[in-house]
Ligand binder design. Structure first.
Ligand code: NAD
Length: 486
């Protein structure tokens, strides 16, 4: 099988009507574990975005008119190609983002699933017959939005790009994708190659790595009708404001600081394992990462000591060459942010039960005990492998603590009584809740998204993608023109 992603293919270019040299220059793609240069990516500027969006709009009309079988076929082949090139894509995910092997395998598996689910979306009924008091047919028809702009972050770039690209294409849209320039391959070029091989007609998918300016240009571009943004709450606010000024729809999937509540009837050993996974998987760089451990005071001592002990033994290192549980953080900026939040929390009086140190970009899994709710590592999204623990004495207190966050993405409740967990979850507003599991879960069929500062309430996944990537049109049809009074 020929390689999907030879660095010579994309070296210094972007994917926009083929591999082209953009006006915004280029930059190195750096492997965070080693500092090695993996290749170079082109960088898009406003003029590149403008060209791509115009090209996408021109190509979209024929695609929207193509049969649903043709669109579904491309999506199915894309899913198969992701599976056929599993090892190669996985290696890029590991080397470019620092994901450990198991995490990378999960990410590539979900990416294939996103394509298959999108293929199924193409043959969903495209509307409804509506009741009407008139002698006419009254219909709701779903039509493609047009050109969809997708902006994705560095942490899980493959899933966070393809979860919008695949359903948007399946539903007859064209896409301009702007991945984070630190992760252009797994966030974009891999997807461009897969869809080119799958037979997607030219001009329908453009991949333009670039910074915030390229993102803003995409939001403002008159050809782009819908924006799908995944990233931080701060950037999401700017995207939302700009989209509103241009009167276009923006789906915003933003930051989180998800709580995991451990009730007093829990199996502590299992809870510790779930809690450690929720906080340390992918070095805590997941929007659903368990950012706050709320633990009943009766089980808190054993809950804290076990993960602290466990964390002390977890291997941290280069996931491409060694069998490790944690890889590197993405870059020095993230490292400094994470360490600053840990240090200021310890300075404010928390107890460092484990970790709090690093070598290069490798941050040791960290457990913080005796944390106050106003302390920085608890009150903010850390986006690193840090587990702050706060104790509570009643379910009322647990519900109040969990709800007292600006974010509302995921929630976890660990208990020996699942119905008790479900009842407690009803009292805490989040977009996602798991009883007897940790906070990090993803399936292509489930509606995914947050509330409050975690997003605008839009959902990706399964049938929610119909709402995200189409417009509805009201159409009526009469056999005869009615007679009006004048
Ligand atoms: P970020 O907001 O800095 O960047 C995300 C993307 O937006 C990048 O492509 C970036 O270039 C672009 N961007 C930045 N500013 C922009 C602007 N003003 N206009 C247009 N585009 C702009 O996010 P990050 O720090 O790279 O990613 C981590 C954040 O993403 C965390 O807060 C995490 O919780 C969040 N996230 C959310 C989800 C979710 O589904 N809710 C999933 C993953 C990550």
């Amino acid at each position: 099988m020929t390689a999907l992603l030879d660095p010579g293919t994309f070296n210094g270019t972007v994917y926009s009507g083929g591999w082209t040299v953009p006006s915004g220059g280029s930059r190195a793609i750096i492997e965070p574990a080693t500092g090695a240069e993996l290749g170079r990516t082109g960088l898009a500027d406003e003029s590149d975005v403008d060209k791509a969006a115009a090209g996408a709009a021109a190509a979209q009309r024929d695609w929207a008119a193509a049969s649903f079988e043709e669109r579904a076929g491309v999506l199915r082949r894309a899913g198969t190609l992701v599976e056929q090139h599993f090892e190669e894509i996985k290696t890029w995910v590991i080397r470019e983002t620092g994901a450990v092997v198991g995490a990378a395998e999960f990410f590539v598996g979900v990416a294939a699933q996103e394509c298959y689910e999108a293929a199924a979306l193409a043959s969903q009924p495209p509307g409804q017959l509506l009741p009407t008091n008139q002698p006419r047919l009254s219909m709701l028809k779903r039509v493609p939005a047009g050109v969809v702009g997708v902006i994705s972050p560095f942490n899980v770039p493959l899933i966070l790009s393809i979860r919008s690209v695949a359903p948007a294409l399946a539903l007859g849209n064209a896409v301009v994708l702007k991945p984070d320039p630190r992760t252009p391959v797994s966030g974009g070029f891999a997807i461009a190659r897969v869809f080119a091989e799958a037979g997607l007609p030219d001009g329908l998918l453009h991949v333009l790595p670039g910074g915030p300016e390229a993102g803003s240009a995409l939001v403002a571009d008159p050809h782009v009708r819908v924006i799908s943004f995944t990233g931080s709450t701060a950037a999401g606010r700017k995207v939302g404001e700009l989209a509103a000024r241009h009167l276009k729809r923006a789906h915003l999937e933003l930051g989180g600081n998800s709580a995991l509540i451990v009730l007093d009837d829990v199996d502590v050993e299992r809870a510790v394992s779930a809690g450690a996974w929720g906080s340390f998987l992918h070095q805590g760089q997941i929007c659903m990462t368990t950012g706050r451990h709320l633990v009943h005071e009766r089980v808190a001592d054993s809950y804290v000591e076990a993960p602290a002990e466990h964390a002390g033994h977890l291997p941290v290192g280069n996931p491409h060459t060694d069998q490790v549980a944690l890889g590197p953080l993405i870059d020095e900026g993230q490292l400094n942010k994470v360490h600053g939040l840990v240090r200021s929390t310890v300075d404010a009086g928390a107890r460092l039960a484990s970790g709090g140190t690093y070598e290069g970009l490798f941050y040791r899994p960290t457990v913080l005990d005796a944390v106050g709710t106003d302390m920085p590592a608890y009150a903010n999204e850390v986006f690193g492998p840090v587990a702050p623990v706060v104790r509570f004495s009643s379910e009322e207190e647990a519900a109040a603590l969990a709800s007292a966050s600006e974010y509302g993405l995921s929630l976890s409740i660990l208990t020996g009584d699942a119905m008790r967990g479900l009842a407690l979850a009803e009292r805490i507003p989040t977009g996602i809740a798991h009883i007897n599991d940790q906070t990090v879960n993803d399936e292509a069929v489930a509606p995914f998204g947050g509330v409050a500062a975690s997003g605008t309430g839009a959902r990706f996944g399964g049938l929610s993608n119909m709402d995200a990537f189409t417009e509805t049109r009201w159409i009526t049809v009469r056999g005869e023109i009615p007679q009006y009074p004048f």
